[in-house]
Design a protein around this ligand. Structure first.
Ligand SMILES: Cc1cc2nc3c(=O)[nH]c(=O)nc-3n(C[C@H](O)[C@H](O)[C@H](O)COP(=O)(O)OP(=O)(O)OC[C@H]3O[C@@H](n4cnc5c(N)ncnc54)[C@H](O)[C@@H]3O)c2cc1C
Length: 393
């Protein structure tokens, strides 16, 4: 195997002198784990590397690319559960699910990620009644550090940990997701100054199933998007300018844009507006050169062990910077504001918190998550320095 440098999508998370293996079969997964064990090195599992945090990073170790573990979703109609090979891209899931009569309850801004990657970091879309995709996980299969195959049906704690797992439990080979009857979405996109949007924010959030905006620092306008289920496709010309109606899986995703990095914090829903105004003021006063937008979304509370939305209705606020510009001073200053509003970081995005601060956010369940990790990976094969710092191990 040749050794190489490996970077994430944004180009900022680098693994030096690592071995990259594409895995397509359980035997290849086992071989990658065995090689890491023999060399006493770290093995990190990669989806499509759209995480900004150094999760898919293994200096001197092995990166296992899971795009070969892909295939068609199989839906059990009785339970409305889709069984999906873990490396399958979200973009490849929508059409076959639609043909089977189903849709995902929600999706994020893009559909390029792998199914295992989505649940690896708790990816979410927007909508006050809709939790993250991790909340719809009802099962998974994994190859764990000793090379054995395990199913979450056999271990309730493993299921809870696997729903948002940071790639710490082993290589996920299959994910089982609850799905709902197929639906169309009517989308309306428009821009207007930020002040009137914030004045009627509650109405905008609650009058449709999904609402989000991107605040553009250069124009002080909000690019707004409202999505709402519609009975079906409409005749040509019925949708007005900036509107369209299509199968949901085609309406949710947008473009990834040019390479950038991102910090996102989930604050209690009632803190969202005040927190947003402070981030806007910070950018205008101290970081006027940042031209990337701020995104504002809502997420329903859930019971995920390490979920940023655990136990509370949530507003997720994201800040961005281009990959070729410095971001740390901006992100660190913004993080102080997010924390003053009781924010919890998105696991797949940049944050600077230590284990004690993170543990304090999940007092009842943090230790349970890390205990399951230790049980299935006692030698820490799937840990890298970032995750050791996050978990305090
Ligand atoms: C342009 C862009 C748009 C985004 N939009 C959103 C959004 O709308 N909402 C949101 O919440 N986030 C969003 N994100 C963040 C991103 O979607 C998440 O970080 C997601 O986890 C990336 O999925 P991936 O397949 O690229 O996984 P990776 O980044 O490759 O991996 C993520 C985690 O999953 C683990 N993992 C991946 N595959 C496996 C496997 N088979 N077994 C075990 N562990 C595995 C990895 O080890 C890692 O810990 C966005 C990021 C970008 C760059």
């Amino acid at each position: 195997m040749s050794r190489t440098e490996f970077t994430n999508w944004a180009g900022l998370v680098r693994s030096r002198d690592c071995e990259v293996r594409s895995v397509s079969t359980i035997d290849e997964v086992r071989a990658a784990i065995a090689a890491a064990r023999a060399r006493r090195c770290t093995l990190r599992v990669a989806g499509t590397t759209h995480s900004h945090a150094p999760l898919v990073q293994a200096d001197g170790g092995i990166i296992a690319l899971t795009d070969g573990l892909s295939g068609m979703p199989l839906v059990d109609r009785g339970s409305a559960v889709a069984r999906i090979p873990a490396g399958t891209k979200l973009a490849a899931v929508g059409a076959p699910l639609w043909q089977a009569g189903y849709s995902l309850a929600n999706q994020g801004d893009v559909d390029v990620q792998s199914i295992a990657g989505l649940i690896g970091t708790g990816v979410h879309g927007t909508g006050p009644s809709l939790p993250s995709i991790s909340a719809s996980v009802c099962g998974a299969r994994l190859v764990v550090a000793d090379g054995s195959c395990v199913d979450t049906d056999d271990d309730r704690d493993l299921l809870e940990a696997a729903r948002l797992n940071l790639g710490l439990l082993g290589v996920v080979t299959e994910v089982r997701l609850r799905v709902i009857p197929a639906y169309h979405l009517h989308a309306r996109d428009w821009s207007e100054p930020i002040a009137p949007v914030m004045e009627r924010l509650d109405d905008l959030i609650h009058e449709a199933r999904h609402f989000l905006f991107f605040w553009e620092p250069r124009t002080d306008e909000a690019r707004c998007k409202q999505l709402h289920p519609a009975p079906g496709p409409v005749a040509a010309g019925v949708d007005g300018p900036g509107e369209r109606t299509d199968p949901a899986y085609r309406v949710f995703p947008g473009d990834c844009g040019t390479p950038h990095t991102e910090m996102e914090y989930s604050v209690p829903a009632e803190e969202g507006p005040a927190c947003f105004w402070r981030i806007r003021a910070l950018m205008r006063e101290r970081f006027p050169d940042v031209e990337r937008p701020v995104e504002y979304r809502t997420v329903a509370g859930d019971d995920g062990w390490i979920s940023p939305a655990r136990g509370r209705a949530t507003v997720a606020i994201s800040i961005h910077e281009s990959s070729d510009r410095p971001h740390e001073a901006f992100f660190r200053t913004a993080e102080r504001i997010f924390r003053e509003h009781r924010g919890r970081p998105h696991w797949g995005k940049v944050h600077y918190l230590d284990a004690a601060s993170l543990a304090a956010e999940h007092p009842e369940t943090w230790d349970r998550f890390w205990a399951v990790r230790a049980r299935y990976d006692p030698e820490g094969r799937f840990l890298n320095p970032h995750l050791r710092a996050v978990g305090g191990v």
